[in-house]
Design a binder for this molecule. Structure first.
Ligand code: NAD
Length: 477
C-alpha cells in the first residue's frame, strides 16, 4: 500500500517570483497577472467568468458503481481526469485509490467510512449519485473539509407516475386479473371496479412528490385534497385540509409522501384505518415505517380497505433474491396472501430518466463546488454561494475557506475569535462580496477579492493556512 501523497500546495510553490502560485491540489496555478491566455483557452465568450481552481486536467475523479453516463460525460467535458469503474471496491482497494483523487462519485454500496476518509488526503468533494448519504461518514468528511452532495429529488416524477399507475391498477383490480390470467384463469368482472374520474385523492405530505402527483391526478379529473404539517401552496384546484382525520374521512384513495421521522412512524395505523371510508385504497411509496402493516392486513381482511399498494417496507434486503419472507418481516406471508394488494420492491424512483437526472444533478453540484466553491445542496457543510464574477472583473480571485470551530465545549468562546481573525485578514484587501455560514462545528467562508496579484494571493493563502482553526483553503480565479 503506498503512503498518502499530499498534492495540496507546498509552501515553495507559492513563491511569487516563479509566477506559479499553487493554492490548489494542482502543482501549477497561474498568477492572476499572467493568466489571460489560460482564460482565453477555458472561458466561452459570455460575460460570466468561469472560475477555475487550477488546470482542470489535474482534477482526478474516481467514479464507482456504474455512475450514469450523463454524469460521467459532464465531468469529462470539464476536462477532469475521470476513471470509471462499474462496481464498488473492497475497502483496502478503495483506500489505495482514494488517496490520489480530488473527487469521488459513488452510489449506495461504497462505504466511505472514517478509516477510508482519513486516507483521502487530496479529496475535496464526494458525489453520492443516489438519494441516501448514510454510506458516507458525513461528520468525518465535514471535519476534513470534504463536501458531500446527493440528489434527493431527481426521481420525484418517477414516483408520482408510479402512484398514478397504481391508483388505476387498484381501482380496476389489475394485479389480480393479471395473476389469474398468468395462472390460466379467465375471470371477467366489473363488480367493485371503478373509474378514477371524480374520485377524491388524499395526499399526505405535499412536497416534491405529493405536489407532482396532485397535478397528474387533477389531469385525470380526480379531486385532490392534501394534508401537510406546513402550509403549502396548492397547485391547480387541490386544497389543503386542516387535519389528517379530515383527509382520511374524505378521500377514496390515500397516498403517503412524508419523510421518515419519529412523528411519521406508524402514522397510518389501526385508529387511522378506522377513520377511512369503507372500500377506500391506500398507497405507500414513502418509507416503510409510515404504515403499520399488521393494521393494514387487518383493515384489508375486514373490507375497510379495498386495495393497497406498497413499494417500501420496514426491512428491505440489500440485494435482489428470494428475500421477501417472514425472516425479513414477520408479516410477509400475510401480505402475500391478500387480494388486490400490489407489492413492489422499492422501485418508485427506479427509472432510466431518474438515473440520468441524478447523474446530471450530482455532476453539476460537483463541478460547481470544484470550480466555483458553491456549496448549495451540500448535505454536510453550510450552504454558501456568491453570484458569479463577470468578465469585467479580471483581477479578482475567489477565496473559499473552511474552518473548524475548535472543540465544541469552547464553541461560544471560539466563534467570535475565529471570525474576527478571518475578517482581520481579508479586511486588509478589497473584498467585493463575502458570505459565511456555519453548520455544527464547521464554518465556510466565500469571498471575492478584487485587485489581486500574485503577491496578494500568496499573502492571503499563507495567512489563512496559518490559522489554527483552518480545515481547507482554496483560491479560485
Ligand atoms: N419509493 C421510492 O422509490 C421513493 C423515491 C423517492 C422518495 N421517496 C420517499 O418519498 C417521501 C417523500 O419524498 P419527497 O421528495 O416528496 O419529500 P419532500 O421533503 O419534498 O416532501 C415531504 C413533505 O412531507 C411533509 N411532512 C413532513 N412531516 C409530515 C407529517 N407528520 N404530516 C404531514 N406532512 C408531513 C413535509 O412538510 C413535506 O412537504 C420520502 O419519504 C422519500 O424518502 C421514495
Amino acid at each position: 500500500m503506498s503512503a498518502a501523497r499530499d498534492i495540496r500546495p507546498r509552501q515553495d510553490d507559492l513563491g511569487v517570483q516563479t509566477q506559479h502560485i499553487s493554492t490548489s491540489p494542482s502543482a501549477s496555478f497561474h498568477s492572476p497577472s499572467s493568466h489571460s491566455s489560460a482564460l482565453a483557452r477555458t472561458i466561452p465568450v459570455i460575460n460570466a467568468k468561469h472560475l477555475k481552481p487550477f488546470a482542470t486536467t489535474d482534477i482526478k475523479v474516481l467514479l464507482l458503481e456504474n455512475v450514469n453516463q450523463a454524469g460521467r460525460d459532464m465531468l469529462q467535458q470539464q476536462g477532469y481526469q475521470v476513471e470509471f469503474l462499474k462496481s464498488s471496491l473492497p475497502e483496502d482497494q478503495l483506500i489505495e485509490k482514494i488517496r490520489d483523487v480530488h473527487v469521488i462519485g459513488i452510489r449506495s454500496k461504497t462505504k466511505l467510512t472514517e478509516r477510508v476518509l482519513k486516507e483521502a488526503k487530496n479529496l475535496i468533494v464526494i458525489g453520492c449519485f443516489c438519494i441516501g448519504t448514510n454510506q458516507v461518514d458525513l461528520q468525518c468528511a465535514a471535519a476534513q473539509g470534504v463536501a458531500v452532495f446527493n440528489s434527493p429529488f431527481s426521481n420525484s416524477r418517477s414516483v408520482a407516475e408510479l402512484v398514478i399507475g397504481e391508483i388505476i391498477a387498484l381501482a380496476r383490480q389489475l394485479g389480480d386479473r393479471s395473476n389469474e390470467m398468468h395462472n390460466g384463469t379467465w375471470n371477467k368482472v366489473s363488480n367493485k371496479c371503478w373509474e378514477i374520474r371524480g374520485k377524491t385523492l388524499g395526499i399526505i405530505g405535499y412536497g416534491h412528490i405529493g405536489a407532482q402527483l396532485s397535478v397528474l391526478a387533477e389531469a385525470m379529473s380526480m379531486s385532490v385534497i392534501y394534508f401537510d404539517v406546513l402550509n403549502m401552496m396548492s397547485l391547480g384546484t387541490a386544497h389543503q385540509v386542516e387535519s389528517l382525520d379530515q383527509l382520511l374521512a374524505q378521500a377514496d384513495f390515500i397516498t403517503c409522501h412524508v419523510p421518515e421521522l419519529p412523528e411519521t412512524k406508524g402514522m397510518i395505523g389501526k385508529a387511522q384505518f378506522e377513520k377511512m371510508k369503507t372500500g377506500s385504497y391506500l398507497i405507500n411509496a414513502s418509507r416503510g415505517t409510515v404504515v403499520d402493516i399488521p393494521a393494514l392486513v387487518e383493515a384489508m381482511r375486514s373490507g375497510r380497505v379495498a386495495g393497497a399498494a406498497l413499494d417500501v417496507y420496514p426491512n428491505e434486503p440489500a440485494g435482489n433474491g428470494d428475500y421477501f419472507t417472514n425472516d425479513l418481516n414477520e408479516w410477509a406471508t400475510d401480505l402475500r396472501s391478500l387480494k388486490n394488494l400490489i407489492l413492489t420492491p422499492h422501485i418508485g424512483g427506479s427509472t432510466e430518466e431518474a438515473q440520468s437526472a441524478i447523474g446530471v444533478e450530482v455532476a453539476q453540484a460537483l463541478t460547481q463546488y470544484v470550480n466555483e466553491g458553491t456549496t448549495l445542496g451540500a448535505v454536510n457543510l453550510p450552504e454558501v454561494t456568491l453570484r458569479s464574477l463577470t468578465m469585467d472583473e479580471p483581477n479578482h480571485c475567489r477565496l473559499t475557506f473552511l474552518l473548524l470551530f475548535l472543540q465544541v465545549v469552547y464553541i461560544h468562546k471560539n466563534i467570535p475569535g475565529v471570525l474576527r481573525k478571518v475578517n482581520e485578514i481579508i479586511g486588509d484587501h478589497n473584498v467585493d462580496k463575502q458570505m459565511t455560514d456555519s453548520r455544527g462545528d464547521v464554518a465556510y467562508l466565500m469571498a471575492d477579492i478584487s485587485n489581486v496579484n500574485a503577491a496578494v494571493i500568496k499573502d492571503l493563502y499563507e495567512r489563512f493556512e496559518s490559522l489554527s482553526s483552518r480545515i481547507m483553503t482554496r483560491i479560485l480565479y
